[in-house]
Every structure is written in structure tokens, then in C-alpha cells.
Design a protein around this ligand. Structure first.
Ligand code: XUL
Ligand code: CO
Length: 446
């Protein structure tokens, strides 16, 4: 895809040109070593497979603040004379960044793009104004929106949740915000709409009616689905699981919990899941585990690509650079036939100690190169077929007649008892774990 380099009123990233593919031999840190958007792997270009997106919140709203101290970065786009003025400058900075990084998609929360007003109507108007500007910039640059979402966790009114807040007037505010964010997503041609239940959970079970809150949650999501469809949203609704942080417990704990919830409430035709690597690890899983659970259920929608810190377990939202994890994630994605209208969104932030403007580019370049390399390696693994053969071999006994009847639901426990009693002791079949682990390393490093 070719696009003109957007140049706004002011250049926010001076001295940084469009990031180009220079290949593995280059020592230019501001170049791609592996991500060559036009390179074809398994029948599609890298750009089509990976559908990379930049997260508006981390990249343009995150100054590096943490609970122990303020931000370490002051951005030129935050110096407007009013919050609306800064928000307009931020749109220009964002589109300059997207274009220079040469990434096809972005994602945003309503409050990342437009400041909250003093009333519902003023907040809606602010968002509409900024969405109008973003639409102009999209049309000029060819950028597309992977997904939109509403921030139902920052405003103090949401301290006890949005859709699951015990105070109904707060639920109404959450509804107003999701309505406006859905309209914004439709106006920008968003391909998905995400719900991350930031505070949909509880701090104490003693004061929480969990049954009632979960029913409210389903009711709210159903309303959002119906409203979205009524205004022409044809994309996928996505739920992003996360077990905790900021709440002690969040209802969307992990992929399997969310899949069960969506099926129970008849939402599984419209909703899929957005799996964030660092949320899966917070839940005590690997990211490939949560991806696989979604694939098995036919409900993998999109990926928030990042990584945590294995030593502390927090949601550190680091750029994904651990190749072993990236390769495993890509194997699951490729075997599933790709992400469809989802993508790899870098829900990742540079470190508080990373204070140069170019660090924003370096983080994204590292993540894009990691997944481009992972794509190539995973394609070798999947197309070679030995891994699948080893997996399939473990289930060879299910080709037998009795096993086929078991899988068809035609046997009962007494039948199983007869089969066990009338056959010799089963032979021990090795799981070959060391063999498959060695095979992965052979593919990665040969
Ligand atoms: C928070 C998180 C969110 C969602 C969107 O941990 O991942 O940024 O991706 O609300
Ligand atoms: Co996320």
C-alpha cells in the first residue's frame, strides 16, 4: 500500500523520516530489519498478516508517570492553549507518527482523543469534533481504525465499575459513553469495537452482589450490540479479558471465562475476544494458551501485542520482543487461518526511563520486527508439518471403531468398562515434549 507522507502544520517528530525496510544487515536503528510490508509469506503480505496498530493512549497520552512519580516526557502536542487545542495537536502528531512508522491501523479510547466536557452533551460534541478531524487525516493518509473503545475506568464516577456499577446513574453514564464511542467508531470505519472491563469487577466480595452485577453486564453488552448494529456497525465486538488490576477481581478473568459468559448470554455471534499477552500472563496463563482457547471456540478476534515481566507478574505493557512467545503466538494464529479483521495492536508503552522522542519509534520497530520474524518462523513450522504430525500421532488410537463411537457420543460408561476389562493394559505412549521443544528451537535458530 502506498501513501503520501502526511505533513501537518507542525512537525512533531523532526529528524525522523519514514521508517523503511533495510533488512538484517542494516545498523540503522530507525529501520526495519525483518518487517518488509510487501514480502509474501504463506500467500499474504506481511502487512496483510500482521495488520499492526498503534495504541493512541500509550503512545500519545503516556508521559511515563507511575504511582511513585510524575511523567518524564513532555510532548509538544500537550502544549495547546485549551484541552481541545492540545487534542487537535495530538491528532496531528498521531497521524505524523503513524505515517512515518508506516503502520496501517490505530486504536483509541474516546478520552484519549477528546477531553471530557462538563456535561454529557459537551463530551459528545468534543468527541465529534475530534473524530471529524481524525476522519480527515484518515482520508488523507490511508490510515484505518482497527478498533475504538470507551474509557469507563478513569473518571472517579467509575470507581466501582461502569456497566457493573452498583449505582444506576453511573451505569447510565457508561451507556452514554459507549453510545458515543460506537458512533465515533462507525464514523471512522472502525473494524472492531472493544470492551475492556477495567473496573468491571470488585474490590471486596463482602459488599458485592456478583450475580446481579454480571446480569447487568450482559444486559449492557446486549444493548451495546443492538445499538451498534442499528447504526450500521458491521464489525466485531471484542471483549478483552484481564483478571485483575485495577480491581482485585475483574469478571473477564481469562479467555475461557469470557467465552462461557458470552455463550451463556447469547452474545457469541457478535462478540469475539481481544487477547492481550500481558493479561493472559496475569491470569496465570501463557498468551498462546488464551489464544488457543479462543481459536478452539471460533472466537479469536484480535491481539493486544505486548509482554509482561516474568519476574514480577505486573501488567508492565512492554513491547513484545521475546521471540519464543511471539513464535508460539504466531503458530496459533497461522494454524487458525489468521486474524480476519483483527490485528496486532501494540498495547505497549516505552519505559519511564525512555525519554527520547525516537524511543516511541524504537519500541514499535522492535515489536513489528519481532512479529515479522515470528511470522516467517511460524510459517516454516506450520508448513513443514512435523509438529502437527507429532500432535496427531498422540491421538492415533481414536481412529479405532470404539473410539469413533465414543467421539460420536454413542458409548456409555458401562461400554467403557467392557472395553477396559476386555483389552490388555494400555501401552505407555510418550508425550514427546522434549522432541517438540527441540524441534521449535531448530526452526527458530537454523
Ligand atoms: C488495560 C488495557 C486497555 C485496553 C483498552 O490493561 O489493556 O488499554 O486494551 O481499554
Ligand atoms: Co489492552
Amino acid at each position: 500500500m502506498s501513501r503520501s507522507l502526511f505533513v501537518g502544520q507542525k512537525e512533531y517528530f523532526p529528524g525522523i523520516d519514514r521508517i523503511a525496510y533495510e533488512g538484517p544487515g542494516s545498523d540503522n536503528p530507525l529501520s526495519f530489519k525483518a518487517y518488509d510490508q510487501t514480502r509474501v509469506v504463506a500467500g499474504k503480505t506481511m502487512e496483510e498478516h500482521l495488520r499492526f496498530a498503534v495504541a493512541y493512549w500509550h503512545t500519545f497520552c503516556g508521559g511515563g508517570g507511575d504511582p511513585f512519580g510524575p511523567g518524564t516526557r513532555n510532548y509538544a502536542w500537550d502544549t495547546g492553549s485549551t484541552p481541545m487545542d492540545s487534542a487537535r495537536m495530538k491528532v496531528d502528531a498521531a497521524f505524523e507518527f503513524f505515517t512515518k512508522l508506516n503502520v496501517p491501523f490505530y486504536c483509541f479510547h474516546d478520552r484519549d482523543m477528546a477531553p471530557e466536557g462538563d456535561s454529557v452533551a459537551e463530551s459528545e460534541a468534543n468527541l465529534q469534533t475530534l473524530v471529524g478531524l481524525a476522519k480527515e487525516r484518515q482520508d488523507a493518509s490511508g490510515m484505518r481504525l482497527l478498533w475504538g473503545t470507551a474509557n469507563l475506568f478513569s473518571n472517579p464516577r467509575y470507581m466501582n465499575g461502569g456497566a457493573t456499577n452498583p449505582n444506576f446513574p453511573v451505569v447510565a453514564h457508561a451507556g452514554a459513553q459507549v453510545k458515543a464511542a460506537l458512533e465515533a467508531t462507525v464514523a471512522l470505519g472502525g473494524q472492531n469495537y472493544v470492551f475492556w472491563g477495567g473496573r468491571e469487577g470488585y474490590a471486596s466480595l463482602f459488599n458485592t452482589d456478583t450475580k446481579r452485577e454480571l446480569e447487568h453486564f450482559a444486559c449492557f453488552l446486549t444493548m451495546a450490540r443492538d445499538y451498534g448494529r442499528s447504526i450500521g456497525f458491521e464489525g466485531t465486538f471484542l471483549i478483552e479479558p484481564k483478571p485483575m488490576e485495577p480491581m482485585y477481581h475483574q469478571y473477564d478473568v481469562d479467555a475461557q471465562t469470557v467465552i462461557g459468559f458470552l455463550r451463556h448470554h447469547g452474545l457469541d455471534q457478535d462478540f469475539k475476544l481481544n487477547i492481550e499477552a500481558n493479561h493472559a500472563t496475569l491470569a496465570g496463563h501463557s498468551s498462546e494458551h488464551d489464544l488457543q482457547m479462543c481459536v478452539d471456540a471460533g472466537m479469536l478476534g484480535s491481539i493486544d501485542a505486548n509482554r509482561g515481566n516474568p519476574q514480577n507478574g505486573w501488567d508492565t505493557d512492554q513491547f513484545p520482543t521475546n521471540m519464543y512467545d511471539c513464535v508460539h503466538n504466531m503458530i496459533v494464529v497461522l494454524q487458525a487461518g489468521g486474524l480476519g479483521q483483527g490485528g496486532f495492536n501494540f498495547d505497549a508503552k516505552i519505559r519511564r526511563e525512555s525519554t527520547d522522542l525516537e524511543d516511541l519509534f524504537l519500541g514499535h520497530i522492535g515489536g513489528m520486527d519481532a512479529y515479522a520474524r515470528a511470522l516467517v518462523i511460524a510459517d516454516r513450522i506450520v508448513s513443514d508439518g512435523r509438529l502437527e504430525e507429532l500432535k496427531a500421532a498422540r491421538y492415533a488410537s481414536f481412529a479405532e471403531a470404539d473410539a469413533q463411537r465414543f467421539e460420536a457420543g454413542e458409548l456409555n460408561l458401562s461400554d467403557l468398562r467392557e472395553i477396559a476389562a476386555n483389552n490388555p493394559e494400555p501401552a505407555l505412549e510418550s508425550g514427546k515434549q522434549e522432541r517438540v521443544e527441540n524441534l521449535i528451537n531448530d526452526y527458530m535458530f537454523s
